[in-house]
Design a protein around this ligand. Sequence first.
Ligand code: KIV
Ligand code: ZN
Length: 523
Amino acid sequence: MSGQDKVWIFDTTLRDGEQALRASLSHKQKIQLAHAIARLNVDVMEVGFPVSSPGDFESVHSIATQVKGPIICGLARAVSADIEACGQALANAERRRIHTFIATSPLHLQYKLRRTLEQATEQAVAAIQLARRYTDDVEFSCEDAGRTPIDDLCRIVEAAIKAGARTINIPDTVGYTIPNEFARIITDLRNKVPNIDQAILSVHCHNDLGLAVANSISAVQAGARQIECTVNGIGERAGNCSLEEVAMIIKTRPDILPFYTDIKSTEIYRSSHLVSQICHMPIQPNKAIVGENAFAHSSGIHQDGVLKAQNTYEIMSPEQVGIRQNELNLTSRSGRAVIQHRLSEMGYTSEDYNLDEIYKAFVTLADQKGRVFDYDLEALVFFQNLQDTNEPYKLEFLSSSTHTGHVASATVGISINGQTHTEAATGNGPVEASFQAIQRIVGTDVKMVDFNLQAKGSGEDALGQVDIIAEHQGRRYHGAGLATDIVRSSVLAYVHVLNLIERSKQVDAAKQARRLSESQTEK
Ligand code: KIV
Ligand code: ZN
C-alpha cells in the first residue's frame, strides 16, 4: 500500500478524554498513560491544553521531554497566549505539533464568540502564523464544523492552509451528523477548496448519537486521512471516536477499506484496561473489541462452531488485540527472575515498575492467595505506579469487626510524616467505621461522592479494588486501593485521596510562591 492509504491515528485521550473526567489525573498518571499510548504506536498524541492550568502545562512539558515516538501535540485556542504557552510546553519534543482552533458555526459565532466568520478567519490566520514560529507542524480545527455551512467552511479552510496549517481538522463537536452527511462535508472540501492538496484532512467526531466511529470511517472513505480518537472512546459527554474500534475496523475489513494504520493492535487490550483503571471509567462488558464479552461465546451453537472453526463466529482473534489467557502457577516460591520474565512477556519493560517493590508485593500476595495470576501482577504494577514512596500519609494498621445486629467497629493507625496516630470509631459497617476513625485522625473535611468496589480476577481470593471519588474544598480526587481484604482496600483508597489532597496543596503553594516572586520582580 502507498502513503496515500495510511490513516493517521491522532490520540486525544489525554486532552479531550481527560477534560471529561470527574476527577482530573495526577501528573504521574498522565505520564504513565502517555507511555502506554506511545506503545500503541499512534502517529500523534494530543496530551493537554497548556494554557488551561500550570498543572496541564507541566504535564505537556514532561511528556514532550520524556515520551519518544509519536508527534506530541498541545491544544491552543486561536489566541496568542495559548499558542505561546503551547509552543513553550512542547519545546523539548523530538517532533511537536500545535493544534489551534476556533468555532465556525453560526451558533457558536453569534452566541459564544460574538464575531463574524470574517473576524474568526482573521483570528485563525494570525494564530496559525504565530504557531508556525514554533513549529512547521500546525493543525487547525473548525470547531462545530458539523453545523457550519459548507461555503463558510471552505472559506476558512482555504485561508488556514494559506496561513500555514498542514492538517485541517473537521470536528463534529456535538456529534450531530450522520455518516453520509459527514462524508459529504469531506468530499465537498476536497472538491471546493483550491489548496486542499497542501493539507491532510482530519476528522474529530463526538459520539452523542453513537455515530462517532461510523462517521470517522465514512470520512476516511471520502478522503480524510487522519482520525482523532481516544482509548475506550472517553471524552466530552458521550465521548469521542474510539481508537480501538477504528483501528480494528480498518485492520479487519481491507476488502472494503483499502487503508492501514500503524497501530500495534496487540497493545490495545492493555492500554484500554490501563485507561479504564486510571480514569476510573469502567468498560461496559459488551463494548466492541475490549469489553469482557467481546470474545466470549455463550450459546451452545456458537461454542460448537468456534471449536470447529474459530472464524465461524469470530471475525478477529483475541490475540490480535493483545488478550492473553491468564497463565497460572506463580507462587511464593517463584523467584524475582520469573516475575521479571512474566512481566516482560506481558509487555512491561523494566522502566514500568520497580522490581524490588513488585517482588515484595508479589510475595505478600502469593502468601495470601497461594497462586498469583497475570491480572494480579498487572494490578500490582498499576498500584505501584499510583503511589509515591515519600507520601506523607501511610496506613500502618487496621482492625475491624462486625457482629450481626450490632454496629461495626474499627481501629486504624495512620502515620503522618512518620508519626503514627491511632483512632477507633463505630459505623454501620466496617468501611464506614474505618473512615470515621481516619476522619478523627486527620480532621480534614473530605466528602465521599462515589464508592466503587470491583473484584480483580475471579474466585473467592480475588483482589478487591476500591475506587472512591472524594471532594475537598470544591475539588474532586480519585483514590484507589487494592488488597485481598476489601475494608483494607477501602482504607488504602482513602489514604490515597489524602495524599492527593496534600500533593495539590503543595502544587498550589508553589504556584502562589512563583506568582509572588514574579510580581515582586515586576515591581
Ligand atoms: O470537539 C471539538 O471540537 C474539539 C476541538 C477542540 C477539536 O475538541
Ligand atoms: Zn472534541
